[in-house]
Design a protein around this ligand. Structure first.
Ligand code: 13P
Ligand code: SF4
Length: 327
């Protein structure tokens, strides 16, 4: 049970006041039933947003959940490219995003026209795009991958094929090394995963000699080389849950610690620190969504994601290819 005095400046949207006597968790539950809505949330969401979600997962699992849902309304508590994928898979359903401004540095750093011009320089090549990209980039891609299926999908492409990989150079570099490939890499990075400090992580490992370092493949190579495990957010969660070790340094967005602690209350999770003394290991885009905005999006069915039908049709092709290759 949660009681709040609202509106909270800067949290609920201006002009959309919330009755301060409401228990938002209860109201969200009621609205979900009334509107036959489902909340899909990423692990980087605030704890209280994760707690009202029907499903929490990594990018692949969220796309799979969007593919199979029978709800009339999908409230996507994540970032814009993830909600776009849900809409592309469900053109007839209503997809609401608590904060439509929740973007992604990888997606915004790879404009479709520039990626198309890059592709045109390599006739006969295939474009493999990380799911963290716009629908317009997906529409010109041959394959979409996530951090949990990228190894499998890239391995399925013949070795003699020229591959362009966009937009994350860290994930692409990791795959090149692991699979012995020579994919050309788009020079994009995640503003969150690129900030982890090698120096501070080395210090943490010295102070916690039994701790394992778990890292997302969006991290810089210097962090990945030190890591005991590299994988998607779900991979990191599952690894820690199954491990018989007790301490973990977690090199991904610290929102995931909520689910990790829930799964293993007796283990210790230490968020990997950024180099600067800032909270820049938190994704400013993911954190734009709040419980108040989740409530408003279900109450008003706004902001609603609308997309160009032709763009959705073109982007669906590599997304469906990815889902089929992930089974
Ligand atoms: P996952 O697919 O591993 O959840 O990653 C999504 C993401 O945006 C990581 O920054
Ligand atoms: Fe994008 Fe990085 Fe945020 Fe993930 S953590 S959504 S890659 S900016």
């Amino acid at each position: 049970m949660m009681s709040r005095s609202l509106p909270i400046a800067g949290r609920a949207s201006p002009g959309r006041p919330i009755d301060s006597s409401l228990d938002l968790e209860e109201e969200i539950g009621r609205l979900k039933k009334e509107k036959n809505a489902v909340i899909l949330a990423h692990y980087y969401q605030d704890d209280e947003v994760q707690d009202v979600a029907d499903f929490i997962g990594d990018s692949l699992q969220l796309a799979q959940a969007a593919e199979t849902t029978t709800a009339d309304v999908i409230c996507f508590a994540g970032v814009h490219f993830m909600a776009e994928t849900a809409k592309i898979l469900n053109p007839q359903r209503i997809v609401v995003v608590p904060d439509m401004e929740a973007g992604c540095s990888l997606a915004s750093g790879a404009p479709a026209e520039k990626v198309a011009a890059w592709k045109a320089r390599y006739p006969g090549s295939v474009l493999v795009s990380y799911i963290n990209c716009s629908a317009a980039v997906k529409a010109i891609s041959d394959y979409i991958v996530t951090s949990s299926n990228a190894e499998k999908i890239v391995s399925s492409i013949p070795t003699e094929t020229t591959i362009l990989f966009a937009p994350d150079k860290n994930l692409g570099g990791y795959l090149n090394k692991k699979l012995g490939r020579t994919m050309h890499l788009w020079p994009g990075t995640c503003i969150v995963h690129d900030t982890f400090s090698e120096r501070k992580i080395v210090g943490l490992k010295e102070r916690h000699p039994g701790a394992l370092l778990l890292a997302h493949p969006e991290c810089d190579d210097v962090i990945l080389r030190m890591a005991d495990y590299v994988g998607s957010t779900t991979g990191i969660l599952n690894f820690a849950t199954k491990s018989d070790k007790r301490e973990f340094i977690v090199a991904t967005e610290p929102g995931i610690l909520h689910s990790m602690k829930k799964a293993s209350p007796d283990k210790e999770f230490i968020p990997a620190p950024p180099e600067a003394n800032c909270a820049c290991n938190e994704c400013p885009h993911m954190k734009k969504n709040t419980i108040e905005k989740v409530y408003l999006s279900l109450r008003d069915l706004e902001p609603r994601l609308e997309m160009d039908p032709a763009l959705m049709t073109a982007a669906l092709v590599p997304i469906e290819r990815m889902l089929a290759l992930s089974k």
